[in-house]
Write a protein that binds this ligand. Structure first.
Ligand SMILES: Nc1ncnc2c1ncn2[C@@H]1O[C@H](COP(=O)(O)OP(=O)(O)OP(=O)(O)O)[C@@H](O)[C@H]1O
Ligand SMILES: [Mg+2]
Length: 252
């Protein structure tokens, strides 16, 4: 494996092992995710990508090893501390996971009501700004998720994910199951969001199957196989990896 020149880590994973009963899902995995960059973790179905993401969020505890996020060792945090700590993360799920009974506006307002003491006026400024920044027009603010297209739901989900100014924005399979036009839109939105939040040091972490999009939008690409990171390179070098598994995946 080639090595990456020095980058400032924001997530540090050391010897992470996770066993479910007899099954070792993550197998002594070590790697860092770098501040201010877009990193994508690729891997075949069942490789352990979602399991890894859950550890980074502190939703699962390691069997062995440690995860340090923003300098904090998650093993040393209580459930209550972890819940609070998760404010540092924004998350866009595969199906956007909006609240069906809330409008686009109310979906984005939700985390602000939960976690902040902003005034009504401050909230309005923030929600409208976020919705506009992801390309939602004012006339759609009051629409319910069922009245929005798949692409627009993603936009609203992203606005909600950004509501608390997260340090780390996570995307789980952001383009899986989308048509090519919407896929391009979501990829552009990811890059645009990373750019717009660069000044405040936001990091982007993506989990994906989509090799072509990954190579286009990422700074770094990691390949997870059988619970280990078997390749980790700048995107432009990744497609030339001589790891046979990576070659197979890239050429699928
Ligand atoms: N809570 C659990 N208990 C037992 N086994 C689990 C649990 N969660 C995940 N696994 C197993 O761990 C393995 C990795 O699952 P994971 O969901 O992390 O894979 P993945 O890489 O995200 O796959 P996909 O691309 O299909 O989403 C699978 O074999 C899965 O069955
Ligand atoms: Mg998964």
């Amino acid at each position: 494996m080639q090595t990456i020149e020095y980058q400032e880590p924001i997530i540090q994973i050391k010897n992470l092992t996770k066993k479910f009963g007899e099954h070792t899902i993550l197998d002594g995995l070590s790697f860092d995710i770098y501040k201010n960059k877009i990193t994508t973790i690729l891997g075949f179905s069942g490789a352990g990508k979602s399991t890894l993401l859950k550890h980074i969020l502190g939703l699962l505890r390691p069997t062995e090893g440690s995860i340090t996020v923003l300098g904090k060792d998650l093993n040393k945090m209580s459930e209550v501390e972890l819940k609070e700590f998760r404010r540092n993360f924004g998350m866009l799920f595969q199906y956007a996971a909006l609240f069906d009974s809330l409008s686009a506006y109310e979906n984005v307002e939700f985390p602000l009501n939960e976690f902040t003491k902003l005034t009504e006026y401050e909230k309005k400024e923030r929600v409208e700004g976020l919705l506009r920044s992801v390309g939602i027009k004012d006339e759609s603010f009051k629409k319910l998720p069922s009245e929005l297209s798949g692409g627009m739901r993603k936009r609203v989900g992203l606005a909600r994910g950004l509501a608390l100014n997260p340090f780390i924005m996570l995307y789980d399979e952001p383009t899986t199951g989308l048509d090519p036009i919407t896929t391009k839109m979501v990829n552009d939105l990811i890059i645009d969001t990373a750019e717009r939040n660069k000044d405040r040091g936001m990091t982007t972490l993506i989990i994906s199957h989509d090799v072509r999009a990954t190579l286009k939008i990422s700074d770094f690409v990691a390949f997870l196989d059988h619970g280990k990171i078997v390749e980790y390179l700048p995107a432009e070098d990744f497609k030339n990896s001589d790891n046979p598994l990576v070659k197979e995946f890239v050429n699928l």
